[in-house]
Design a protein around this ligand. Structure first.
Ligand code: ASP
Length: 314
């Protein structure tokens, strides 16, 4: 008989891992989130008889994820983490916004036990889906002694949630952690740790106390050849509260956008920059340059600015 602390809570939110297509060989035209948490675990024979508590929180294609789902997920995870019977928690999720949810949870959820996100690139109906192995690895990681923090189990690797980046639109090996690399490798069901489990970095924003409909509105604008800055003016006129400029290279921003950003700042809008490059983020700063959040991707920087604005408002 398993001890109580071996129980893993498993929450399904949708994604390709829970997706099914009408034809088994269709790897693109599927319904994301068609399967429930019970159906997902039933497809993994190695999980039969394991101590799991499953629930289906959402059946989303993660490209449609919204703040209300994050608020609900945060609340549910907090309440389960407080229960001593759980060794850890697994969250199944779509790959498209996995790095955003991972960052959001990393900054808002105190996780002294592992909270393991996992996903898949191939739907559950594929001849050779990647979801079942990723799910099995995630459940094992949720029980790994000493593990903690928001982690991602994907493709035989364990990433820190804060360092995740989706690199590829359809290949199996779709994720990386940029320069940081993986935290651990999965070797025949065991975890070979390459560095420490991620340390907590909780943001002070009172995110659980503010209804998601009142979270600050922050949008992303990309800098590119031929940028005009008019999109920034339109967003300011529309009442945006924060802007992330996804800059080129090391966070460089087209002059027209910089001028528009100055108008936005003068109107009281918070403006930061990030890099649209896949790795490296932004390093250093020059006089008068917009602030940045270092290695954060534009999507992660959007969350960070939203939390900063929420904290400032409190
Ligand atoms: N569109 C899907 C999602 O993010 C893609 C995936 O899960 O791989 O939900």
């Amino acid at each position: 008989m398993q001890s109580e602390s071996r129980v893993v809570a498993l929450v399904a939110t949708g994604g390709t891992i829970a997706g099914t297509a009408a034809r088994g060989d269709d790897l693109v035209g599927y319904d994301a989130g068609a399967l429930s948490a019970e159906q997902l675990t039933a497809a993994v024979p190695a999980l039969a008889g394991e101590a799991l508590e499953t629930w289906t929180l959402a059946r989303l294609d993660s490209c449609d994820l919204g703040h209300a789902t994050w608020a609900l997920l945060l609340r549910e995870l907090q309440s389960r983490l407080a229960r001593p019977e759980f060794a850890g928690i697994v969250v199944t999720h779509g790959t498209d916004t996995l790095e955003e949810t991972a960052w959001f949870l990393h900054r808002t959820l105190a996780a002294p036990k592992p909270v393991v996100l996992t996903a898949a690139m191939r739907p559950a109906s594929a001849p050779s889906p990647d979801g079942p192995q990723n799910l099995l690895d995630a459940v094992r990681l949720a029980r790994e002694p000493g593990a903690r923090g928001v982690l991602v189990a994907f493709g035989g690797k364990v990433y820190a949630g804060s360092e995740l980046r989706k690199l590829h639109g359809w290949q199996l090996d779709a994720f990386s952690a940029g320069d940081a690399g993986a935290v651990a490798l999965v070797e025949d069901g065991a975890f070979r740790r390459l560095r420490d489990w991620p340390a907590p970095e909780l943001h002070p924003a009172p995110v659980g106390e503010v209804p998601p409909g009142r979270w600050p509105r922050v949008e992303i604008v990309t800098s590119h050849a031929g940028a005009s800055g008019r999109i920034v003016d339109a967003l300011v006129a529309d009442g945006v509260q924060g802007l992330v400029i996804a800059g080129t290279g090391n966070g460089t921003v087209h002059t027209a956008l910089r001028e528009a950003a100055a108008r936005a700042l003068a109107a009281g809008v918070a403006v930061v920059r990030a890099s649209r490059c896949l790795a490296g983020g932004v390093v250093g700063t020059t006089d008068g340059a917009l602030p940045h959040y270092g290695a954060a991707t534009p999507a992660q920087a959007r969350i960070e600015l939203m939390l900063d604005l929420l904290a400032r408002r409190a």
